[in-house]
Design a protein around this ligand. Structure first.
Ligand code: FES
Length: 120
């Protein structure tokens, strides 16, 4: 899917790169506008299901876009429950929708994979 960076609801972050970049969403390549949050980039590229509720499986998507509602939770580079509206999108990111309750975190820091974590 190709996106026109100038034709989106969301403005690029000040001083950030413009144009399009490639990321992965649910193991599929996706072209998104750069210089935005992950949530804004996914919405601009037509993604409307970011997660499903743990109890009923109802679909959810970003609501506040400012870190207050937690409706935008996704897995980013293997780290679950990231607020996609608070993370800048980067080329090569691997983003997955979060279906139901997340797994428990590793009990020991050595069990945490930092591969592809973009330093976060
Ligand atoms: S959209 Fe509300 S916390 Fe991200």
């Amino acid at each position: 899917m190709t996106v026109q960076a100038n034709h989106t609801l969301f403005k690029p972050l000040d001083g950030k790169e413009s144009g399009n970049i490639e990321i992965w969403f649910n193991d599929e390549p996706l072209t998104v506008p750069a210089g935005r949050s992950v949530a804004a980039a996914l919405l601009a590229s037509g993604v409307s299901r970011f997660r499903a509720t743990p109890v009923s499986g109802a679909p959810r998507a970003p609501y506040c876009m400012m870190g207050a509602c937690f409706e935008c939770l996704v897995e980013i580079d293997g780290v679950p429950s990231r607020q996609s509206c608070m993370v800048e999108v980067k080329a090569g990111m691997r983003v997955r929708s979060q279906e139901g309750a997340r797994d428990l975190p590793p009990t020991h820091p050595a069990d945490i994979s930092l591969e592809n974590a973009h330093g976060r």
